[in-house]
Ligand binder design. Structure first.
Ligand SMILES: [Zn+2]
Length: 191
């Protein structure tokens, strides 16, 4: 990591400059499955199958309220091409529930930062997750406010899961505003 580059603090979560990493599609033993309008040349979002499964499991564990979590991984760059890679999911405090803006309080972010550091302090905050049990995959006005305030970079994503309808979607900031984005699911061969 080039230590002359500044670190930006968002609440209690540090966001680092892009880190030099190999392009995920070229890695040996990795297969990628395209979901939605995922473009390879447009700062793509790569999602480890295990991390997505963890987010899905956490979403389905309690469908009586909204639950949330943090998306961890890397903001990578390979020969000038940027990408986001989601490698781990961190559930937000189990005691909390209710709308996303209640789940993600200052204290919740502080707790998540601690948990991230315990897991692996080198992981970047790739985005956030919350559920909409039974009412569909979209971003409410409060969700949009929270995303813009705490996850303002174009490589950061919001994952919304409806565990009742069994639907999910990622949202990111782009030329058309904050809207749904395609992604690639990464699997290790044989896994
Ligand atoms: Zn929401």
């Amino acid at each position: 990591m080039a230590d002359e580059l500044p670190e930006i603090r968002l609440g209690n979560l540090q966001v680092r400059p892009p880190e030099s990493r190999p392009w995920p599609l070229g890695r040996p033993g990795i297969s990628a499955e395209r979901r939605g309008d995922a473009r390879e040349d447009d700062r793509p979002l790569f999602v480890a199958a295990g991390a997505l499964q963890a987010a899905s499991d956490w979403s389905c564990a309690d469908t009586s309220r909204e639950v949330g979590g943090l998306l961890l991984g890397f903001h990578g760059v390979d020969e000038g091409r940027e990408f986001a890679e989601l490698t781990a999911f961190l559930p937000a405090g189990a005691a909390q529930g209710g709308p996303a803006h209640v789940v993600f309080t200052h204290d919740a972010f502080a707790a998540l930062e601690k948990a991230r550091d315990a897991l692996d302090p080198s992981l970047a905050v790739v985005g956030w997750h919350h559920t909409h049990p039974g009412y569909g995959v979209f971003l409410s006005d409060a969700d949009r406010f929270l995303h813009t305030r705490f996850f303002p970079f174009p490589w950061q994503a919001a994952l919304v899961v409806d565990p009742v309808r069994r639907e999910l979607g990622f949202f990111r900031e782009g030329p058309g505003g904050l809207r749904t984005t395609g992604f690639f699911i990464l699997r290790v061969a044989g896994a």
